[in-house]
Design a protein around this ligand. Sequence first.
Ligand SMILES: Cc1ncc(C[n+]2csc(CCOP(=O)(O)OP(=O)(O)O)c2C)c(N)n1
Length: 651
Amino acid sequence: MAELLLSKPQEKTDPGKAIGNKPLLPSIFSPQDVKALRADELKLLASEIRGFLIDSLAQTGGHLAPNLGIVELTLSLHKLFDLPKDEIIWDVGHQVYVHKLLTGRRHRFDTLRQYGGLSGFSNREESIYDSFTTGHGGTSISSAFGKACARDLIGGKEHLIAVIGDGAMTEGMALEAINHIGHTQTRLIIILNDNGMSIAPNVGGYSRYFDRVRNEPMFRSGKEYLTHLVKGIPNYGDRMYHLMSKMKDSFKYLLTPGVIFEELGLRYVGPVDGHNISELMEVLGEVKSYNRPVLLHVKTMKGKGFSPAEDTSCKGAKWHGGGPFDKSTGKFIAAGDQRLTYSSIFGNKMIELAQTDKSLCTITAAMPDGTGLSQFATKFPDRFFDVAMAEQHGVTFAAGLASKGLKPFVAIYSTFLQRAYDQIIHDVCLQKLPVRLCLDRGGLVGADGPTHHGVFDYAYLRCLPDLLFMSPRNHEEFDLMLEIMQGHDSGPSAIRYPRGASPDNLPKGSVPLAIGKADKLTDGEDLTIVAIGTMVSHAISVAECLKTEFSIRATVIDARFVKPLDEDLILQEVKRTKHIVTIEEGTVTGGFGSCVLESLSKNGEYPKTLVLGIPDQFVTHGDIQKLYQHIGLDVPSIVKAISTWYLRKDA
Ligand SMILES: Cc1ncc(C[n+]2csc(CCOP(=O)(O)OP(=O)(O)O)c2C)c(N)n1
């Protein structure tokens, strides 16, 4: 149990000293076990769960703060609903640890987010209690609504419950779903888990609105509840109710904090204290009986129960998700690698360029820390835009800025930029607007797994006309490429870079960086390896092994640009070596390798080819080196693949 930093429990509970001194958590294997508990036992269990999460995540790392904030809500849902018949869809799914603990996965928590271990998100392949696989924000309401409509068509009776945070509520999809639901009046429960935070403090009009509502005295709205309340007034109740009904609309505005949802056709109930199990159970019992869509507004505190994680200032953002920590000091255990990351280099470079270029501005979608832009935000508040979790809006907003002559650098993780694909095509590329797309976390990201790996970007961006698209092999190249982007005003540009720091095994290049110019790093006459981004470093090591182990001499080219591709250099080398291998940390299906092969075929060159990269499959979570081995992208696997292919008789 963490001793020093446990914050004061709200309700009097004594962790570890449950009924007859026997802790409750070890006896919980399924929601049935939770249902058998009394309210006072649930409170004790909540306390034990917090202790367990702090102890366990101190070792493995993970999303601590979101999960500490949702303990009582998860327990109440498990107590009142019948899982897995009733289904809970957790938005993003990073707050699902408590749910995992209650559904028979406690014994695997030491494997959380590790290769072969528990996923850090809700995952249909992991448990029958995870009814939707998630990782990206804003999907819960649409999927729960789809399930609810299916239930009604099939004639089922079950409850569908979407649990969504105030951060994810700003995603376009969530708002589109609410609009649709109000139109159909399908029975469905949406729970707004409002802690005032996204990863960083939340931004925007919704957030201001929720803040105001949240800070009103605890209040439960809902027509049924008000009716009950007013009619219950002795002597005058009926008359007052009659009067109130006549003045329905004005009363609604006066008495309903969530009038915005009521106007959209949902019943609004709340806000309620998300750490008070008795109150939660009472209100959940009530909304369960509604025969229409209802939004229950629950106030929670992110990080509840562990004081460093309760800090809602910017610093608290690091407790959203992080590595192992010392639970007695509240300090993270520094990972071995202390080098500057690509993200921090990006942030520093933006500051450097913005000093002299007044038109440069930066955009993030709720990830100022992750994208390295926090200091830029402080230095240039007028030229920094956090658009909230709203990637689609962020891209088209940048197109608007660019159309007026500004230079927007839009920093969004590769995986989340997928949300804004149509906006990139129509609002940026079609109009040749000089938006600078900066795709952080390109390639495998490790512990967050398939929903977060940025492995589709080469494929999804390389097909867009008029896009300048590049990927650096190291920090030095990254820095120069950002300068190229700054000066590229004739159309859109994109740069893709990985999580973490650049490797240092790379030789100096021979060709100065210029648009469309690749760089030849080693010279060999047997085969040509064309690699891009992170895989250039692998290619250099592979070339050394091929030489020493198999006497195969390879030319290694750092392609640098996916678009425009340096066709001249590649053709020149291929004509000489007659063998070509491409290596990318992206899907091989339609990715960078395809782009090289298309170019060769266009130019009438048909050498022996081998395309290496992420195979046509979703890649699991875990340590990146293990994942490289898993998919054959580690150096020994690449050496084996190339040598086998090269030495084959028909090669
Ligand atoms: C489409 C998308 N954009 C960004 C993210 C990164 N992200 C994960 S959780 C999160 C904040 C979620 O805030 P909220 O919904 O309020 O949940 P909380 O963590 O506060 O409980 C963000 C920005 C994501 N998962 N999906």
